[in-house]
Design a protein around this ligand. Structure first.
Ligand code: DGL
Length: 262
């Protein structure tokens, strides 16, 4: 089991921001990444639709022999992880908006959260925020339209700039000093967001925390790879191969990667 791959899935290319942290922290692990771009955005779907899609993704990764599954999507985690954990024996790692670190860091007592409708409306998100943000003003913003542009390889576009302005400007005007990126697609927008905020806002995401948690769970279940070579990586996508190639080529060098349509 130890040398079986880690499975990672997202509604599309966003979870690659988590995949990058995982392969950096665990360089000897093999990974299989599934980008269900044909069904993105999950954030506009109902809870039941999201659960069905997550079950399909999980079944595919289990057929590939994955030893652990990372749900690299806030929308999928907040709507479906309890269901997945109850249905399957494999360990699941999820990702939720990093509200707690933001609540601990803010000096203005005002934090912004940019996430999908599916995440912000979920019961799990409501429970987490109630627990961590008492006495802090939270500006919740649905990043409608951002995911389709990222999937279409339009990170640098005028449409993207104007959407980001619409979402970020009210936060700046309201003295927000921490911005939580509550969707795994959004870390790819950090350079554009920083152009608008400068150093006035600290941008917080959960990528590294998820990679650390993955490592801890592998150790706990004694399924850490004993491979001494660098891991091998396969990325499957049903539509967004060009965007994936672009995102991966831009940052990842010297890795063994196969990109395939499914
Ligand atoms: N990347 C996903 C997330 O973290 C969702 C994007 C979507 O499909 O709406 O929420």
């Amino acid at each position: 089991m130890s040398n079986h791959p880690i499975g990672i899935f997202d509604s599309g290319v966003g979870g690659l921001s988590i995949w990058k942290e995982i392969i950096q922290l665990l360089p000897n692990e093999n990974t299989v990444y599934l980008a269900d771009s044909a069904n993105a955005p999950y954030g506009e779907r109902t809870k039941n639709q999201i659960i069905d899609l997550c079950v399909k993704n999980t079944e595919i990764l289990l057929k590939k022999g994955c030893k652990l599954i990372v749900v690299a999507c806030n929308t999928a985690t907040t709507n479906a992880i309890q269901f997945l954990r109850a249905k399957y024996d494999v360990p699941f790692i999820g990702i939720e908006p990093a509200i707690k670190p933001a609540a601990l860091k803010t000096k203005t007592n005002k934090i912004g959260i940019l996430a999908t409708k599916g995440t912000l409306n979920s019961e799990l998100f409501a429970a987490t925020s109630e627990k961590h943000v008492s006495g802090i003003e939270v500006i919740e913003t649905i990043g409608k339209g951002l995911v389709p542009l990222i999937e279409d390889n339009k990170i640098n576009s005028t449409e993207m700039d104007s959407l980001l302005k619409k979402y970020i400007k009210p936060m700046l005007e309201n003295d927000v000093d921490c911005l939580v990126l509550g969707c795994t697609h959004y870390p790819f927008l950090v350079p554009q967001i920083k152009k608008m905020t400068g150093d006035t806002i600290e941008i917080i995401d959960s990528g590294l925390a998820v990679a650390k948690q993955t490592k801890a769970i592998l150790v706990k279940h004694q399924i850490t790879s004993n491979n001494t070579q660098k891991g091998e990586h396969i990325i499957y996508s049903n539509t967004a191969l060009t965007t994936i190639k672009h995102l991966v080529d831009a940052t990842e060098k010297n890795i063994q990667l196969v990109l395939e349509k499914y």
